[in-house]
Design a protein around this ligand. Structure first.
Ligand SMILES: NC(=O)c1ccc[n+]([C@@H]2O[C@H](COP(=O)([O-])OP(=O)(O)OC[C@H]3O[C@@H](n4cnc5c(N)ncnc54)[C@H](O)[C@@H]3O)[C@@H](O)[C@H]2O)c1
Length: 284
């Protein structure tokens, strides 16, 4: 089994970059999104990104022309998944929304198509009952920005076949990523499981008045040489996604996470991080 043609569902921060990264590395990639305006934005972003690569001398006109033949946007899910070997889901981090999407997708694809979720925390076994053939389902978790970051987790659940996980892993290698193949599921996988520990401590320090978010980042960036402290990284991730994840946890455990009200307020005020120009830091 080899992946050659993919569909990425969700043209947001992650989906568009996963798809373009795949096209750059020789795969045919189509982005599907519920919202036509997102697809328009994806097309514009792709044009600008590739033009900039030429301007910076990183790609030739011929290379870009070739990449463009492999990158598509499509507003019909049915058409977007036609003839693909793999679908990568990159929609909102809400379990029921993802489950509904997988049920809808299952009606449209052959049961041999590999289905991956780019979820930040949810293991794929949460969705195994949504598909006729759960042996084709696994996690493929890219890091932001997916065009740049090399690390990817391929997570094989108990329902995932060895063949599926291998094809997913090899696809990541062919995209010049540095993947790991986890053979046991844990929410957040290796990366976000580790990061959650650090983030929890960071939030504790802020919630209890020991430090400001910026001081926590200074400790991590200048004391431990982290490229970004946790709050600077959350601005990159998107405060809305951080809030959704905190809310999911709150609903599941009944325990209010530290700084929950701060995130709620930031979302209300539209301070979503880099994408809105303001978050824990200002970007204008
Ligand atoms: N932002 C990050 O740093 C990051 C990193 C790794 C993984 N992730 C994960 O990737 C996924 C997407 O995150 P994002 O930051 O790109 O989100 P985003 O909000 O930027 O984009 C999500 C897109 O999905 C679309 N969408 C929603 N429901 C849909 C549906 N049913 N069908 C088609 N399109 C639909 C929305 O219109 C939107 O354009 C989430 O599961 C998130 O946890 C995010």
């Amino acid at each position: 089994m080899e992946i050659k043609k993919i569909c990425v569902v969700g043209g947001g921060l992650m989906g568009r970059q996963i798809a373009l990264s795949a096209s750059i590395h020789g795969f045919d990639a189509t982005v599907y999104d519920l919202k036509p305006e997102v697809l328009e934005a994806v097309q514009k972003w792709e044009d600008e990104y590739l033009a900039e690569r030429i301007a910076k001398g990183r790609m030739t006109e011929e290379q870009v022309a070739d990449i463009r033949t492999r990158f598509h946007v499509e507003s019909s899910l049915e058409k977007a998944v036609q003839g693909v070997d793999c679908v990568i889901e990159a929609i909102i981090e809400v379990q029921e929304v993802k489950a509904n999407f997988f049920r809808q997708l299952d009606q449209l694809i052959d049961e041999n198509v590999i289905v991956c979720t780019n979820s930040s925390y949810m293991v794929s076994s949460l969705f195994k009952d949504c598909l006729k053939n759960p042996s084709r389902l696994c996690n493929m978790h890219f890091y932001n920005p997916a065009l740049v970051m090399k690390f990817v987790e391929v997570v094989q659940g108990p329902h995932t076949s060895e063949e599926t996980a291998r094809a997913a892993y090899e696809f990541c290698l062919a995209m010049d990523k540095k993947p790991i193949w986890q053979k046991k599921e844990i929410p957040g996988f290796a990366g976000n499981y580790l990061l959650a520990g650090l983030t929890q401590r960071a939030k504790y320090l802020v919630q209890n008045g020991y430090c400001t978010p910026q001081e926590v980042d200074t400790a991590l960036e200048y004391g431990f040489n982290h490229k970004m402290g946790v709050f600077r990284m959350q601005d990159l991730t998107g405060i809305d996604l951080c809030y959704t994840i905190a809310k999911n946890n709150y609903e599941k455990t009944g325990e209010k996470p530290d700084m929950f009200d701060v995130y709620e307020q930031m979302v209300k005020e539209g301070r979503l991080g880099r994408k809105s120009g303001h978050g824990f830091y200002d970007y204008e």
